[in-house]
Design a protein around this ligand. Structure first.
Ligand SMILES: Cc1ncc(COP(=O)(O)O)c(C=O)c1O
Length: 383
C-alpha cells in the first residue's frame, strides 16, 4: 500500500521548503509501514516483522540496534564520512551544535576562529562568545552574497578550531569545496548540503547537520567527529550530556534517541545509495541548479542574490529587483501568490532577507525545476 493510499493528501504540486523539506515518496511509504510494523532486514515488505510499531519499541532492543548501526554504516558508505570519524545521531538540532562545539573543542586560552557567512554562522559565533574568546576572521556581510576567500593561515593557525558554514540556507551561498585548514581543526555546519555531492570530509575535524533537509526529518542531528578529538580534555567543566565523548561511548544511546528520525535517515541513505550515490546526486543537483541560475541570469526581471562562484545548488535565492523599485514589493507578493495558486509551495524567502528562495534538495525532482522555470518565464512575459 502506498503512503498516498494510506493517507490521501491535498494537492501540492511542488515543495520548495528550506526545511523540514521534501523527502522521497518511497521513503515516506516505508516510514509509514514501519510506523505500522517495524521489519528487519532492510524493511522490505517480505522481511519478517517484529510485531510492533517502530514507535513502540525500546531503543535498547536488537531491532533498533540494527536500525542505528545500519544508519551509521550507511553514513560512512553513502555520505563518504571517513572511518577515522565517529558518527553520532544527536538531538537539539544544528543549533545545539553551536554550543557543543565550543564546549568541547576550545583549547587552553586559544580563541575560536569563525568565518561569518550569514545568519547561521552568526548564531554559532554568538554561542562561542558565551564561552570564551572568539575571532571572526572573515565575513561576507552585510549582503552575504558570496563566500569570502579563506584568509591566510596565520590568521587562524593558533586557534582552537576554525568554524565555517559550508552552505548558507538563507542567503543561498555555498563553499565550492571544503577548504584545507592545515593543522587547525576545521569544524563545518553542513546542514543544508550534506549528501548533495561528494565533499572532502578528510579535511574536517568535526561536521554537523540537522537532518531535515537532505537526510530525513527534523529532530535528529548527524555529527561526525575525528576520533582523536574525543579524548581531548575540554577547557572547563562540561555537562555530561554536552560531551561528545558521552555520546560516542555508547554510540548515540546515552539517552533515548529520536528512533523514528534515525530510521527515516537510514531509509533516505538507502534511497541515495540505490540511486547511484553522491556522484549521481551531484550530477542531478548540478543540472537542476544550472537551469534555474541560467533563467535568472538571462531575465530582465529576476536577479540571483548570490554571485557566480559562490552559488548554492541547494538553495537558490532571488529577487524581482529587475522591476522598478516602487513596484518590487507588490510584484513579489503577486509572484508568490500566483506561484502558490499554481501549486508551488515554499518559495517565499526567509523572513530576515525577503525575496524568494527555491530550495531544491536531493529529493526535489528535475521536472519540478522545469515547471518552476516555465512558470517564472510565463509570469515575466505577462507583465
Ligand atoms: C545551515 C544551517 N545551520 C543551522 C540551522 C539550524 O538548525 P536547527 O533548526 O536544526 O537547529 C539551519 C536551519 O535551517 C541551517 O540551515
Amino acid at each position: 500500500m502506498s503512503a498516498e493510499q494510506l493517507l490521501p493528501r491535498a494537492t501540492v504540486l511542488r515543495n520548495f521548503s528550506a526545511g523540514p523539506a521534501i523527502l522521497p515518496a518511497s521513503v515516506l511509504q516505508r516510514a509509514a509501514e514501519a510506523i505500522h510494523e517495524l521489519r528487519l532486514d532492510g524493511h522490505a515488505a517480505s522481511a519478517p516483522g517484529v510485531g510492533l510499531s517502530l514507535l513502540e519499541i525500546s531503543h535498547r532492543s536488537a531491532a533498533y540496534d540494527a536500525v542505528t548501526k545500519g544508519a551509521e554504516e550507511l553514513c560512512h558508505q553513502v555520505l563518504q564520512i571517513p572511518r577515522t570519524h565517529q558518527v553520532l545521531f544527536l538531538q537539539g538540532g544544528a543549533s545545539h551544535q553551536f554550543a557543543m562545539v565550543p564546549y568541547n573543542l576550545r583549547r587552553d586560552d586559544r580563541p575560536a576562529a569563525y568565518i561569518d557567512t550569514g545568519v547561521w554562522s552568526d548564531k554559532a559565533i554568538a554561542e562561542s562568545r558565551v564561552l570564551g574568546p572568539t575571532e571572526v576572521i572573515a565575513s561576507s556581510g552585510p549582503r552575504h552574497d558570496h563566500i569570502p576567500a579563506l584568509p591566510a593561515a596565520g590568521t587562524y593557525a593558533g586557534a582552537s578550531y576554525l568554524h565555517i558554514t559550508t552552505n548558507n540556507t538563507i542567503f543561498g551561498t555555498e563553499w565550492a569545496e571544503i577548504p584545507d585548514a592545515g593543522d587547525t581543526p576545521l569544524v563545518i555546519d553542513c546542514s543544508s548540503h550534506i549528501g548533495s555531492r561528494p565533499l572532502d570530509f578528510e579535511r574536517v575535524a568535526l561536521g554537523y547537520a540537522g537532518a531535515q533537509k537532505n537526510l530525513g526529518p527534523s529532530g535528529v542531528t548527524l555529527v561526525f567527529i575525528r576520533k582523536d578529538l574525543l579524548s581531548q580534555r575540554p577547557v572547563g567543566p562540561v555537562p555530561t550530556i554536552l560531551r561528545y565523548a558521552t555520546h560516542a561511548k555508547e554510540p548515540s544511546l546515552y539517552n533515548t534517541p529520536n528512533t523514528f528520525g534515525v530510521l527515516v535517515l537510514k531509509l533516505v541513505l538507502e534511497w541515495m545509495r540505490d540511486l547511484g550515490g553522491l556522484e549521481e546526486l551531484a550530477r542531478r543537483n548540478q543540472r537542476k541548479a544550472d537551469r534555474l541560475y541560467q533563467l535568472l541570469d538571462h531575465s530582465a526581471l529576476y536577479r540571483a542574490h548570490a554571485r557566480p562562484g559562490s552559488r548554492s545548488s541547494m538553495n537558490v535565492t532571488f529577487t524581482l529587483d529587475g522591476a522598478p523599485e516602487a513596484d518590487r514589493d507588490a510584484l513579489t507578493k503577486r509572484f508568490l501568490k500566483q506561484a502558490e495558486a499554481a501549486g508551488f509551495d515554499g518559495l517565499k524567502g526567509h523572513r530576515l532577507v525577503g525575496g524568494c528562495r527555491a530550495s531544491i534538495y536531493n529529493a526535489f525532482p528535475e521536472e519540478g525545476v522545469d515547471e518552476l522555470c516555465a512558470f517564472m518565464s510565463a509570469f515575466e512575459r505577462s507583465l
